[in-house]
Design a protein around this ligand. Structure first.
Ligand code: COA
Length: 716
């Protein structure tokens, strides 16, 4: 027998242990080892009960994602888990699943086939498949409603959110919650109790007591279909999941699992499934940096100091406090500090009000943030994050001071979104310990963290930044110190193209409607208004955009800026805002702006015409893709998939489309290239196809293949 499954014993209870690091995925090796191990235990007369437990940090955390990917790119049919699950459920002796960590997907499905489930209090259990664009395909849609009822099963499967052990106990998903950490002893004792009761050991498939009647279920399924349509309109798996649970409630188990298998294959074959699996793997690939290995020493960050208590600084302080890290929050004046802390308090209070946090937790988190005017205590900080106004001069002054007041191994980070890290590092005596940590607003919510590596930034500091990202629950993507890094650099051509589109005859409202319907979380003009037209104006100056007079330059944004229309914060920008409409955040089309656009364009001799929705999508999204190819070419990002992670997590690109580079692959690089070449002829030099895109299109290759080959681009 292979080492991934071992059998031990505690008297008459056999302990079958899965040990398949890192997360005990139920891959072929485990399946092939588990079946004969169970068969031997079944035949062993000395064994009266079985505890199924996992080594390492978690119970089985799912099916093997690699196997899923292969199925998604072929016929959608994954490995058939039925023989193993039937062997477990029909086992002649009671089997107890002993759960710690996370029992997810295939892991929970295996546990539900066992006769009993016990879990430690910290365990979490769920069917997160919908987040990967699939439905549970190992009979989970049939067993979950039998254990927790139709309503709860629908909720768990449609949100994909795991539930905590106390909730699992209350809803019947587990039979016993273990006090303390000694799971194995408790599970063995539980198994003996069941033996002593001499009871019939329940098979989940035989349960029908929670399945409800057609009359009770009809409104539940109708509501669930509505939720699927509203919350995941582009992910077929959501509605397919509801169909599968309905099969559980209406068909005998054997027919139900056949139906689940068909529905599962349909979900696995869907395009959103490929995209979401790609992003899952891309997020994990992003943490792999060639010169940062497991052996690279990473600093554990226990004390953080933040300079600047504005929106960003306050958000970063909350992100740290939420992760249990103590924070010194500094600003230049007590008035600025008080304003920053007030906003932090308001934010937490809103979470309490929504029931996401208790008063006690809020108090604990607030206590971790110490506001102050000076640099007292900075000498003990492991990391300082500067989050002030985007001014090189100011940042350099601050870094020179930080270099003096912090301990020599303290990492100095800047939250700049555009400025040159090396120029900031140059004023310190430790450029190797200077790094960019580009958080996205609101910093306590957004998952993306661009980790900007300067010319001198050491592998240790990159490893520490990646460790911090993980601890904050964020996805760190390491990028090079090139103007605009990855995200903003790509956003500008995209943003300018939407501005050209309105000069040529589209309206901001049309562009935003088309882009959001296509899947972007927000339209480009609404984003500009939210971020501030003054901010975009300043960045244009900093990055020297349009310094070449032969370049076509958008004409309206500068005028809006000159008029003081900075966006949401001034009540007007590309759109109007009114406190009575959506709390001042809902864009209202403004005839004055339409008039300004028309006058400006006509004055500049731009021909106005009707612009089709298709043209808007192509010009906006292809601008993003073409610049993405340039980013890859000059080593701004290590992989195309890193760009996808940046866009899906920081810029509202729809995850179900997999990110801009994945989307480009799926449309076909030749088609994208040819369209860009046409734009180049018709619209001017800004549309020159990126050489890398041209080459891949010519060779009939994809960005995915480029990533797999890994050697065509400069390393980060
Ligand atoms: N199959 C294969 N490998 C998996 C896996 C799976 N189902 N789930 C995670 N891994 C791997 C990751 O790729 C990563 O590998 P790496 O160390 O080489 O990068 C490693 O396990 C750790 O995963 P990570 O996500 O970084 O760890 P975490 O502690 O933050 O989270 C989980 C652990 C289990 C919560 C998380 O990985 C997860 O949600 N996994 C998917 C679970 C799932 O959706 N299952 C349903 C599929 S049926």
């Amino acid at each position: 027998m292979s080492d991934v499954v071992t059998v031990g014993s505690d008297g008459d209870v056999a302990v079958v242990r899965i040990d398949n690091p890192p997360v005990n995925a139920l891959d072929r090796g485990v399946r092939e080892a588990l079946a004969p191990a169970l068969a031997r235990v079944a035949a062993d007369d000395a064994v009266r009960a079985v505890v199924l437990v996992c080594a390492g940090r978690t119970f089985v955390a799912g099916a093997d994602i690699g196997e899923l990917e292969r199925a998604a790119w072929s016929d959608g049919i994954g490995p058939d888990m039925h023989p193993l699950l039937a062997q477990v459920e029909d086992f002649p002796k009671p089997i107890v699943a002993a759960i710690h960590g996370t029992a997810l997907g295939g892991g929970l499905e295996l546990a539900m086939a066992c006769h009993y489930r016990v879990a430690v209090e910290s365990a979490r259990l769920g069917l997160p498949e919908v987040t990967l664009g699939i439905i549970p395909g190992a009979e989970g849609t049939q067993r979950l409603p039998r254990l927790v009822g139709v309503e709860k099963a629908l909720d768990m499967g449609l949100t994909g959110r795991p539930i905590a052990a106390p909730d699992a106990l209350a809803s019947g998903l587990i039979d016993h919650m273990v006090a303390g950490d000694d799971l194995l002893t408790a599970a063995t004792a539980f198994a003996r109790e069941q033996l002593a009761r001499g009871a019939h050991h329940p098979r989940t498939r035989d349960r029908a007591d929670k399945l409800g009647t057609p009359e009770q279920n009809a409104p539940l399924f109708a509501a669930a279909r509505e939720t699927a349509r509203r919350t995941k309109p582009h992910i077929p798996a959501a509605a397919l999941f509801v169909d599968a649970v309905e099969a559980a409630a209406t068909l005998p188990f054997e027919s139900g699992i056949r139906r689940e298998r068909e529905l599962s294959a349909e979900s696995v074959r869907s395009e959103p499934c490929k995209a979401l699996l790609h992003l899952f793997l891309a997020e994990r690939a992003a943490t792999k940096i060639p010169d940062v290995t497991r052996e690279t020493p990473a600093m554990t960050v226990n004390r953080v100091a933040i300079v600047g208590a504005g929106t960003m600084g306050g958000g970063i302080a909350m992100a740290c406090a939420n992760a249990g890290i103590s924070v010194l929050l500094r600003d230049a004046t007590s008035a600025a500090l008080e304003k920053g802390m007030e906003s932090v308090r308001r934010n937490y209070a809103a979470s309490v009000k929504r029931g996401r946090m208790t008063d006690a937790v809020m108090a604990e988190r607030l206590a971790r943030i110490q506001p102050q005017v000076g640099t007292d205590g900075f000498g003990d900080a492991d990391l300082v994050i500067e989050a002030v106004f985007e001014s090189m001069e100011l940042k350099r002054t601050i870094f020179a001071e930080l270099d003096r007041v912090t301990k020599p191994d303290c990492v100095l980070a800047t939250n700049t979104s555009t400025l040159d890290i090396d120029a900031i590092a140059a004023v310190t005596s430790r450029p190797e310990r200077v790094v960019g940590l580009h958080f996205f607003s609101p910093a306590n919510v957004m998952r993306l963290l661009e980790i900007v590596r300067g010319a001198a930034t050491s592998p240790e500091v990159v490893a520490s930044a990646l460790g911090l990202a993980k601890r904050l629950g964020k996805i760190g993507v390491v990028v090079r110190n090139l103007p605009g890094f990855v995200g903003n650099r790509m956003m500008f051509p995209y943003m300018y193209e939407t501005q050209f589109l309105v000069e040529e005859g589209a309206t901001p409202e049309q562009v935003d409607r088309v882009l959001t319907r296509w899947g972007m979380a927000m339209g480009m003009f609404a984003v500009d208004d939210m971020a501030g037209l003054d901010v975009a104006w300043r960045v244009r100056q900093e990055l020297g955009h349009f310094s070449d007079p032969s370049q076509r330059r958008p004409l309206v944004a500068d005028q809006l800026y000159a008029m003081g229309r900075y966006g949401q914060k001034t009540g007007s920008g590309w759109f109007r805002y009114s406190p009575d409409v959506g709390g001042g955040r809902t864009p209202i089309p403004d005839p004055e702006v339409l008039d300004l656009i028309a006058r400006t364009a006509t004055g500049a001799g731009i021909a106005r015409r009707d612009i089709s929705d298709d043209e808007i999508v192509e010009r906006a999204i292809y601008a993003l893709i073409n610049e993405g190819a340039r980013v890859l070419e000059d080593g701004g990002a290590l992989r195309a998939s890193d760009i996808d992670v940046v866009y899906a997590n920081g810029y509202g690109f729809p995850g179900w489309r997999g990110g801009p580079m994945f989307y480009a692959d799926r449309v076909g690089l030749r088609r994208i290239h040819d369209r860009i070449a046409t734009f180049h002829r018709e619209l001017g030099p800004r549309w020159e196809p990126a050489p890398l895109l041209a080459r891949l299109a010519r060779e009939g290759r994809t960005f995915r293949e480029l990533d797999a080959l890994g050697s065509d681009t400069a390393g980060v």
